[in-house]
Write a protein that binds this ligand. Structure first.
Ligand SMILES: [Zn+2]
Length: 262
């Protein structure tokens, strides 16, 4: 498995002979207004550029969109991605929105499905607690299985919750990607994971490697990589909790070997 942290929640994944682009968010730096009612509301989004060219992200077999928030699937991505590219949505509502944008091969993520030789499982999550979670709407994650790969669970935009615990218990992932920038509005608490959530994930899956994404790219993500790395050291988790930079590729060899940087 070759996993590249692109920017925000955008990931490129080579897995079991298939190449996936996940949550494509291609906007140029500083071209989108801050999210409303958020901290740092003087910072325009995205706060950092893409580390690679858009073209280099398009040589994939399929695109997966965990949910339709604009920092996961934006107008620049809609423009750039060829309309004949297979693209997968979490729901019929999201799929029809994609068809309206001109995509010709829209598929639905399902509890059990296959793309190429890879078996995928759609998982659920909670994009915040209570009222704010409801307002954020439904979200999904995905588990990737292949006999020659470690099992990978990309949790998507979720806080620590029963859904995540259940996915870990059901699929026993070796590698877990969590969105850990502690995104928040002025009220209502975190809408993705912060340090405490990441620690809960580790406690639920102590032998899994955790990769933290969705950091330092949009205005209301307040947890920095430096803070999270310091937290990992404080907890003795610096080998378990990986916090890649944008553009960094992690290679995971099967059978419990340590991840190596490309
Ligand atoms: Zn979201």
């Amino acid at each position: 498995m070759k996993l590249t942290q692109v920017r925000n929640a955008t990931l490129k994944l080579e897995f079991g002979g298939t190449c996936f682009l996940i949550d494509p968010f291609f906007a140029d730096v500083g071209t989108l207004p801050p999210f409303p009612n958020t901290p740092n509301s003087d910072r325009w989004n995205p706060m950092v550029p893409l580390p690679v060219s858009v073209d280099s992200l398009l040589n994939v077999d399929a695109v997966i969109v965990t949910h339709m928030h604009p920092d996961h699937f934006d107008e620049s991505a809609v423009q750039a991605i060829p309309k004949e590219m297979p693209i997968f949505a979490q729901s019929e509502a999201d799929a029809s929105a994609m068809r309206e944008k001109g995509f010709e091969h829209v598929g639905l993520l399902k509890k059990d499905m296959r793309i190429g030789d890879v078996v995928l499982h759609k998982t659920s999550g909670q994009h915040g607690k209570g009222e704010i979670g409801k307002q954020m709407g439904p979200v999904s994650g995905i588990v990737f299985h292949h006999p020659d790969e470690d099992t990978l669970y990309i949790a998507g935009d979720t806080i620590w919750c029963k859904d995540v615990e259940q996915a870990i218990n059901t699929y026993q992932p070796d590698v877990i990607v969590v969105n850990g920038g502690a995104a928040q509005f002025l009220e209502g608490g975190l809408i993705i994971m912060g340090q405490a959530d990441v620690l809960y994930v580790h406690e639920a899956a102590p032998s899994s490697t955790i990769v933290v994404s969705h950091m330092e790219a949009i205005n209301h993500c307040l947890l920095t990589r430096a803070e999270l790395r310091a937290f990992a050291v404080e907890k003795g988790l610096e080998r378990t909790l990986l916090v890649p930079e944008d553009g960094e590729t992690l290679i995971f060899l099967q059978d419990g070997l340590s991840p190596l940087e490309a």
